[in-house]
Ligand binder design. Structure first.
Ligand code: ATP
Ligand code: MG
Ligand code: MG
Ligand code: MG
Length: 477
């Protein structure tokens, strides 16, 4: 079943059950606490909180999402993309667990010929929050799932909140058993690669007043109404329904991967490292094209930096695949536009602009790479000669400051050489520089403080601080 058909079926199913189909919002979040939309519920947040009256009691959507938190997983696990599409049905104070759970089961298990996804019942496992007997009873008594395939999980896995004061509640996840060749038995609690999470149903019920960590928060009371927020990964469904091992091999993404293999004259499925690179290229091309399509431009902070990181990592991985100085981004952008354009027709009219932005980033980054790599190699050479296994903070800082090498690139390249990087030292130097810059520009600050602060954090420390803005929804799930 093609990706586009999966989306159509999902929407049709919920439309027939009284849901208003709402088009995807832009990846650029209106919500000031987020840089990028990272869950289907984000555009509906004010309805859950009771801050705005929803124009419809039920909605369904296919939302474009971006999870920077998952970037390091890309290409390595079988199930994490940076950009993906979340199918969701939502109830704003209308139905609750009693309807959401049977709906989910019906859609998943109805035969394909009758409009469903045709999963056989004994392949499906579910989890519920540890004390959520109500959900467990609905799964068991109303739907008929045997108790041995219903697992209880605690706050870390089965309670959703935003990471900041706001709505939250227990959730129930649905997993598909891919079979013994994917891992050990025992349900999702035992192995999340074999048991692939496809759908999360969140039962929004509480108002959280303080959130200290994911599992440490205060509940102030009940929300004005009990609501439902669900998220199903389109790409994960496609992997199952298309019988492929991972989300990079599905109809849409695989065409990009295949083109990258063709251009770099590599073969997918032969060498683990090359496979990871091909998957990273395919994923990041999709993310990059979709971000530019939503108006993001490469820059050194905030969402512009997320985009820059996607494009640069794609270019770097092409070089790891043997691209050398060859320029392949134009071709790969064209393939991505063709593949994604079927579901997102706006991409077609934006094609010229998207090419211009991505080509320009390639030009500038290839230049950076050329000089920076020479400096990096010299530093590595020197360290090896001295028997030093840690790249000094000052070296990383110089690469960043003088040659525009982002720290995550230095980290990645160092680890490829079996070297560590003194990140604390690097951060200290960055901080000092930032303090100096702050003194100069303190008066120039404008609004949108959240985003710029997070962007700075991100710029400062790369990977670690991606958590800074993604956790508000993604981590909490
Ligand atoms: P996982 O535990 O596998 O990381 P999650 O619990 O973080 O997933 P949710 O926040 O519950 O995921 O998101 C809802 C759904 O979106 C998931 O059930 C899954 O189908 C899909 N999904 C989540 N993260 C990704 C990702 N990085 N790439 C592709 N699909 C994803
Ligand atoms: Mg999960
Ligand atoms: Mg989940
Ligand atoms: Mg996750």
């Amino acid at each position: 079943m093609e990706s586009a058909e999966i989306a159509r079926r999902f929407l049709r199913f919920f439309e027939e059950r009284g849901h208003t189909v709402v088009p995807s919002a832009s990846l650029v979040a209106e919500d000031p606490t987020l840089l990028l939309v990272n869950a289907g519920m984000v555009p509906f947040k004010p309805y859950f909180l009771g801050q705005k009256k929803p124009p419809y009691p039920r909605a369904a959507s296919v939302q474009k999402v971006m999870r920077t938190l998952d970037i390091d997983e890309v290409g390595k696990t079988t199930r994490h993309a940076s950009f993906f599409q979340m199918l969701g049905n939502f109830s704003f104070g209308d139905y609750f667990k009693d309807k959401a759970i049977p709906y989910a089961w019906e859609l998943l298990t109805t035969p394909e010929a009758q409009g469903g996804f045709g999963f056989s019942e004994d392949r499906l496992w579910v989890t519920v929050f540890h004390d959520d007997d109500e959900a467990r009873d609905i799964w068991h008594k109303q739907v008929g799932v045997p108790l041995e395939r219903i697992q209880r999980r605690g706050l870390a896995d089965n309670y959703w909140h935003m990471g900041v004061p706001g709505p939250g509640g227990p959730c129930s996840e649905i997993y598909y058993d891919r079979g013994p060749e994917y891992g050990k038995e025992g349900g999702p609690v035992a192995d999340e690669n074999r048991y692939l999470e496809v759908w999360n149903n969140v039962f929004m019920q509480f108002q959280l007043s303080a959130v200290r960590t994911k599992i440490d928060f205060d509940i102030a009371g009940e929300l004005p109404a009990k609501s439902v927020d669900t998220g199903m990964g389109l790409e994960r469904m496609a992997a199952i329904l298309q019988g492929v091992d991972n989300i990079y091999e599905i109809d849409t993404t695989y065409k990009i991967l295949d083109r990258a293999a063709e251009l770099t004259r590599s073969r997918y499925g032969r060498d683990h490292r090359a496979d990871v690179s091909l998957r990273v290229v395919a994923d990041h091309m999709r993310a990059g094209v979709m971000l530019v399509g939503d108006g993001v431009l490469p820059s050194n902070e905030g969402r512009g930096y997320v985009l820059r990181r996607m494009l640069r990592r794609a270019i770097r991985n092409l070089r790891l695949l043997g691209a050398g100085e060859e320029r392949y981004m134009h071709e790969l952008t064209a393939t991505t536009l063709a593949v994604m354009g079927e579901q997102y027709p706006d991409l077609k009219s934006d094609a010229a602009n998207i090419h211009t932005v991505i080509d320009a980033e390639e030009t500038s980054f290839l230049g950076t790479l050329r000089t920076g790599t020479a400096i990096f190699d010299a530093a590595v050479e020197e360290n090896k000669r001295k028997g030093v296994t840690v790249l000094a903070g000052g070296q990383a800082f110089q690469l960043h400051d003088t040659y525009g090498f982002p720290i995550d690139l230095t980290l990645e390249m160092a680890s490829e050489q079996g070297l560590q990087v003194d990140e604390d030292g690097f951060r200290r130097l960055m901080n000092e520089q930032r303090q100096r810059a702050k003194a100069d520009s303190a008066a120039k600050k404008t609004g949108n403080a959240d985003v710029s602060v997070l962007g700075e954090m991100l710029d400062r420390a790369g990977r670690v601080d991606f958590l800074g803005y993604d956790h508000t929804v993604a981590e909490a799930r």
